[in-house]
Design a protein around this ligand. Sequence first.
Ligand code: S3P
Ligand code: PEP
Length: 471
Amino acid sequence: MPGTPATHAGNSTQPGDLAQGTTDSALPLWPAPFAARPVDATVSVPGSKSLTNRYLVLAALANGPSRLRAPLHSRDSALMIEALRSLGATVTEVPGDGHYGPDLEVTPIDPTTAASTTAIDCGLAGTVMRFVPPIAALRQGVAVFDGDPHARKRPMGTIIEAIRALGVDVGTEDGRPATSLPFKVSGTGSVRGGHLVIDASASSQFVSALLLVGARFEEGLHLEHVGKPVPSLDHINMTVAVLRGVGVHVDDSVPNHWRVAPGPIEAFDERIEQDLSNAGPFLAAALATKGTIRIPNWPSNTTQVGDLWRGILETMGATVTLADGTLTVTGGAEILGADFDETSELAPTVAALCALASGPSRLTGIAHLRGHETDRLAALVAEINRLGGDAEETSDGLVIRPAKLHAGVVHSYADHRMATAGAILGLAVEGVQVEDIATTSKTMPEFPQIWAAMLAADAAAGSTASAGSSN
Ligand SMILES: O=C(O)C1=C[C@@H](OP(=O)(O)O)[C@@H](O)[C@H](O)C1
Ligand SMILES: C=C(OP(=O)(O)O)C(=O)O
């Protein structure tokens, strides 16, 4: 594993703080490399966060030992591993062929073993704070959940109410009603399941969390969403596909209803795809510098939302080809402004490109980004405008108009995607500094090294930019 700078979990300003002028100068500034020439590089990125953390959960609930090949090793996956260990799973690193760290072997949790009270740190990981409490509900014992300061502000009420509606006690150490982190789940060793109605309009992860454990409920699960539309549907489709792959029967034929049949989760041996969302900033570099980026091993068939990059970047003026498993993106003469609906976790990267575009852009369907690692709509507006840009928040997204950007500091708000958005802007605008680049360790600890290798790459040499190799 490459050396990674320490992260500053939770020790970060939020957009509201900055509006009041209380920036945290203790966080280090990273001089974002300015691209003096078009990039021309082949890039390999680490494994998918969403797939790694889903397979870790399923391995902990499976009917035998499982193996994850080429998984992600980052803060979010480390938090998931520690959480599952606290609940009784065994997770062991074993040598593998992945470039970014070892494989993982997982021995599942034995729910019949009564466990002592355990504390679970969710950090700022949505997948940990939403996916793990229902697992704690299934096993005997008390699990106390908490996370970074900003994690206490992320929407959690739906999962807390769902666990309670399933008949499992959720409370707080100080007796206040539990609506957000911190809270404790007191599991009894089994959950009856059945019909459960939730409002998942704040996060698709509420649906995924319950689907992932549903097969282990005595009666399975009929989950129904009622309320405004569920965001990030691609991530729910990923959950359903992954469940089917381990032998779980899921019926999602009726919109807003998911039926999970009770039964075993089959142990598996699975190779994790690279993180296509995290491929985004590198592909964006092709547009920001009018260069070319190639990403080998792009899956021909994937449930990752990052596959949308192909259409998004083409709409923004790039030439995009997928041939022999390699995605090649070449930036056009200019970045075209465009309208995009529901870009989910891709939105910060898209917004950075929009700030460099020659025409106006409108991002819609992303109101729930206000509940992500930070209020991403406020953060993107604040940081783009701080560099002289023209961004405006709408009720469900952003409007970004062309403007000449200048040097300055981009605050990252403990948000990996804000940090990488700053890096993209820095390619095209000389003198950009990104606060706390180490926060990329949430899902890609090697980001600064891979970014540097991409910029140092000499395409003629034909090697791949990755952490630990500067070509
Ligand atoms: O299930 C997952 O792995 C994710 C679901 C999405 O959450 P939201 O529905 O809260 O956007 C996404 O933004 C997040 O990065 C990962
Ligand atoms: C929203 C994100 O993360 P989380 O899984 O913490 O919700 C993200 O990675 O963009």
